[in-house]
Design a protein around this ligand. Structure first.
Ligand code: G6P
Length: 360
């Protein structure tokens, strides 16, 4: 008996491995739910930009999804840290949809922010993983993430479940017949198989993790929708591997973080697809190399220029460019896990952290 770990060394690894199933269920759920037509109606009636809020990894899931939501709907989407929103002046919120992201459904800062927004007139849609959690009593509607219990303190499967749910909810909001939706549902449905591919081939990840254990300070960079994935990478490294990691947009390197670089401070470069962010990421990596800092690159598919520049490369299964962040997120989780494993950290229960933070 391993206490429910299903043969895995840690709950974190078990939960990472559950993602193909979790993603399949969430995508299927959204594409069939009776919420879809309701959401579409609601979305078209909004007269304030929709807002997403959460804390920790949930906040990063919102930040990541924003790029897709704005591209699909041609409307701005606000993303807020719940803990900070509580210290901003109250504003009239009628005509606003607020999407509250909280795995546990119990995070005090998130619940307080949602309560305040509801009192100011916003409509609340919550994405939660825990059935009958407190958020369900505040939200007008709660969509369950169907991820199953997440025991490890660091969020993994619920992060990607939130992300794909936001992707699918966006497709629901724009409507199936919407032009730019063409083929996107099918591409979204490919994600579980792509996640499985990254779980089946972890050689480069384990090798890079071993290498990372030699450093105590790391800078993670990304651009576009992969900037919040770089933030999630930094958070995961701090949480489970106790490595001091900081994320910055590749575009912001030259406004400060470059000063920190040397041979003891590697950069994890989280590349997106070959879109408008590609060249700027390559330029950033060149700037880093000139300063003598080692580079670990995460790249969808593979790329000769990146292999030439970087000290270590992890090739990530390639998805539709819009959904790539969900796949790269899984590699980020594996990297943090194997780094923590090599360092002998108490992975499922990091010091000083709690699974759900019920105090402000
Ligand atoms: C804690 C957990 C994080 C999680 C955050 C938000 O800090 O350690 O993994 O992302 O809470 O939790 P929630 O349940 O609101 O998604």
């Amino acid at each position: 008996d391993d206490g429910g770990k299903g043969g895995y060394a840690h709950f974190m690894l078990k939960e990472i491995h559950e993602q193909p199933r979790v993603l399949r269920e969430n995508i299927g759920n959204w594409l069939t739910t009776e919420m879809s037509p309701k959401l579409r109606l609601l979305w078209n009636r909004l007269y304030q930009p929709p807002m997403i809020l959460g804390c920790g990894s949930s906040y990063y899931a919102g930040l990541t999804a924003r790029y897709f939501m704005e591209e699909m709907t041609s409307r701005p989407v606000r993303v807020e840290l719940a803990s900070e929103l509580n210290h901003r002046p109250e504003t009239p919120e009628a005509g606003r949809l607020v999407i509250g992201l909280t795995q546990s459904g119990e995070t005090a800062d998130t619940l307080n922010a949602l309560n305040r927004l509801r009192q100011s007139g916003a409509g609340i849609l919550a994405f939660a993983n825990v059935v009958r959690s407190s958020v369900t009593r505040i939200a007008d509607q709660t969509m369950l993430l169907r991820a199953g219990p997440e025991i490890s303190v660091a969020a993994t499967k619920t992060f990607t479940a939130q992300l794909v749910s936001l992707y699918a909810a966006t497709l629901a909001a724009v409507g199936r017949d919407y032009n730019s939706n063409n083929g996107l549902e099918a591409r979204l449905k490919e994600l579980p198989a792509l996640v499985q591919m990254s779980l089946d081939d972890t050689e480069e990840v384990i090798d890079a993790a071993q290498w990372l254990t030699g450093f105590s300070n790391v800078i993670c960079i990304g651009r576009g929708a992969h900037y919040p994935i770089a933030m999630e990478a930094a958070l995961k490294l701090k949480e489970v591997a106790y490595i001091h990691a900081e994320a910055c947009s590749a575009g912001e390197l030259k406004h400060g973080p470059l000063a920190l670089l040397n041979s003891r401070t590697p950069v994890i470069a989280v590349f997106g697809s070959r879109d408008d962010t590609w060249e700027t990421m390559l330029t950033a990596v060149r700037e880093v190399k000139v300063r003598g800092a080692p580079v670990l690159a995460l790249v969808p598919g593979d790329n000769a220029s990146v292999r030439q520049l970087a000290d270590r490369v992890i090739s990530v299964p390639q998805a539709d460019r819009r959904f790539q962040p969900a796949i790269t997120a899984v590699t980020v989780q594996l990297l943090a896990y194997y780094t923590a494993l090599a360092l002998g950290c108490p992975i499922d229960r990091p010091r000083h952290l709690a699974k759900s933070v019920t105090v402000e």
